[in-house]
Design a protein around this ligand. Sequence first.
Ligand code: BTN
Length: 246
Amino acid sequence: LGKPYYYFPQIGSTNDEALHLAAQGAPHGTVAVAEEQTQGRGRLKRPWLSAPRSGIYLSILLRTPLPVREASQSNLVAALALVKTLRKEYDIPAAIKWPNDVLIHGKKTAGILTEMQSDQDYTRFLVVGIGMNVNYKKEQLEASFRYPGTSLAIERGRPIKRQELLLSFLQAFETEHDRFVKRGFESLVPALEQYSAILGKAVKVHTAREEISGKVSGFNSDGALKLLTDAGKEEVIWVGDVMQVE
Ligand code: BTN
């Protein structure tokens, strides 16, 4: 991953740029990175704070011959790679909040937005966009998140070299993604559970249809969330937004 590598001092959104490059035939592994975004996008049409020099804003183009349902679990693969990198290289106790956030001590420090499209010849591709709050100060993050936010620098007490983190992350993502493609998503489930921020916790999950309360009991072999509802039923949730209750 990272060949070719496009660097932008300022851009609207690296995801838009990667989608555009993909439409022009860019290869698997193409990476777009920006120092600052003016139209950074989050999930559910929320804006993503993208101040200069404070974060890493990165999009990776993946062309993998996987069925849609499996390919769309790439955001969890990216979250796992980031959590492993932060734990191993920086000793930061990061955890995954299904399906696409990375938390430290319950506060959001990175978000992932995965988008899928097709070329004219109907070959599918995926853009995985990652926004990391690296060197943000407390004042910069206040009121900008619906969910309480933090940065790596705040948690660690000193700034982090973004270039080094970016490289370590790309290597980790390549390793996890190779495993995912060769051995299936199932091979990642134990690590996802080990580093989960919500396993065993009481949560409220908003899906397109309803709001369900229960306890997270695990993740299935396709990356869906398993919930033991307050009514005592086991539910499997493919798409949803999780709010922790306790
Ligand atoms: C979320 O938590 O809602 C997902 C945030 C994803 C933000 C990243 S920053 C790089 C890439 N470009 C964008 O416009 N969004 C993603």
